[in-house]
Design a protein around this ligand. Structure first.
Ligand code: ATP
Ligand code: MG
Length: 423
């Protein structure tokens, strides 16, 4: 190859300092989800294509036109996962989790792949963070999951937030609604986009999710799924709303909210924001109940609910300059001569073991250049080591912002720095 290689379109490198903001999001999720009892699971990135066809659904855009599917060297059809839920469900079944515990709470994170038109907040490799709960059918859980998401984004400082919720029904309710929707849409069919003309036949509920403006205008007058719910689904939805109210979690009922994935039954939700100028990519989290998927995939009938967080979109609407998320350097150690560099390396090692962020200058460059680097890194303190400091065991610790100097002994350096940084 004579040309310089470049990355694949829609697949981005994550570099510092942006990665520090991502780490903040991941840490916040990990800590919060742990408090709610979720345990981390990491399924593989590649699964049998069949899993997604059955799990995500043949009529979905994902399976229909977005998957990265390939034959491996043994001619098996494999697919780069386009989402996390199906792989987690596969793992739940394969490891017979239902026989091991009545309730399973899993979370996961990692890259997913969809061949899509690229835009702000829309890429071909992107990251999701998922939570899934298996084994609970009751509506108070739905409310807990939704309220946890609002708590998460509150902690991240994302505002304003709108949590849209709906119930898409299942079984007979869903069939009745589908019939009513088809009856309503059929006279408008000629005015719908080509995708929706196809969806009207294959998956009419998906027409409600279309992003094309003209289609959205048609859909605005469509019948509401909530008017087609039977008493059981209605009661479930009412309890979800009542529990959310009791939790003080604000939500907006949006009867036209359906999800692009086929597997949802009952409660669905989307978290949207106007922060970050995401335009039509303003949905940052999406999820819902999928009480039939585990059974449909051959597992024991198990109710389930979950969501997927769009990481890139979330980071785009999180406040704060990425640089402010980078761990600040506590001490920069500058050294002159090889003996000093050896001692600097050892001192840095000890400081780091005590939990302090340390940068040590290993390059054989002048002290001026070393201090310029300390300034550029925003180090709180710097320590200069030369022959004199090695001989006496005493040195000066300089506070970079004020240039104030503290006398320190190298023997007590860790204790002194720990005290100063805590002050
Ligand atoms: P959209 O309607 O925007 O295509 P979706 O319904 O396909 O979203 P889900 O499959 O529910 O999205 O995925 C969960 C979340 O992942 C979305 O809410 C969004 O934040 C994010 N997401 C989806 N597709 C992409 C993408 N191509 N690039 C970046 N993030 C994405
Ligand atoms: Mg999509």
């Amino acid at each position: 190859m004579s040309e310089t290689p470049t990355s694949v379109r829609g697949m981005n490198d994550l570099l510092p300092p942006d990665s520090a903001k991502w780490q903040h999001l991941e840490r916040t999720c990990r800590d919060l989800f742990t408090r709610y009892g979720y345990a981390l699971v990491r399924p593989p990135v590649v699964e049998h294509t069949e899993l997604f066809v059955r799990g995500v659904g043949e009529g979905s855009d994902i399976v229909g036109k977005e998957m990265y599917t390939f034959a491996d060297r043994s001619d098996r059809s494999l697919t780069l996962r386009p989402e996390l839920t199906a792989g987690l469900a596969r793992a739940y079944i394969e490891h017979a989790m239902a026989a091991k515990e009545a309730v399973t709470r899993w979370w996961s994170l990692g890259p997913v792949f969809r061949y899509e038109a690229i835009n702000t907040g829309r890429y071909r490799q992107f990251y999701q963070i998922d939570c899934e709960v298996y084994g609970v059918a009751e509506p108070t859980l739905d409310a807990e999951v939704i309220a946890m998401l609002l708590a998460l984004y509150g902690e991240l400082g994302v505002a304003p937030l709108t949590m849209l919720v709906n119930n898409v029904g299942r079984g007979e309710d869903r069939s009745r609604y589908r019939a009513a929707l088809v009856e309503f849409l059929t006279p408008h069919a000629a005015g719908l986009c080509a995708d929706c003309q196809r969806r009207l036949v294959t998956n009419p509920l998906r027409v409600l999710d279309c992003k094309v403006e003209a289609d959205r205008r048609v859909v605005a007058a469509a019948p509401s799924v909530l008017d087609h719910l039977g008493p059981e689904a209605r009661a479930h939805f009412d309890t979800v709303l009542a529990t959310l109210d009791e939790l003080g979690a604000p939500v907006v009922v949006e009867p036209r909210l359906v999800r692009g994935l086929d597997y949802y039954t009952g409660t669905v939700f989307e978290l949207t924001t106007t922060a970050g100028n995401l335009g039509s990519q303003s949905t940052i989290v999406a999820g819902g109940r999928y009480d039939e998927m585990i059974g449909d995939l051959g597992g024991p009938a198990t109710p389930a609910i979950g969501f997927g967080i769009g990481v890139e979109r979330t980071v785009l609407c999180m406040p704060g300059d990425p640089a402010t998320f980078v761990a600040p350097v506590g001490v920069f150690i500058a050294a002159r001569g090889e003996a000093a560099r050896r001692r600097a390396t050892a001192l840095a090692h000890a400081l780091r073991a005590a939990g302090i962020v340390v940068e040590v200058e290993h390059r054989d460059v002048g002290m001026k250049a070393q201090f310029r680097r300390a300034d550029k890194l925003g180090a709180r303190y710097s320590l200069a080591l030369g022959e004199a400091e090695l001989a006496t065991g005493a040195a000066k610790l300089k506070e970079m912002a004020t240039r104030a100097e503290h006398d320190v002994t190298l023997a007590e350096l860790v204790a002194t720095v720990t005290r100063l940084l805590a002050a």
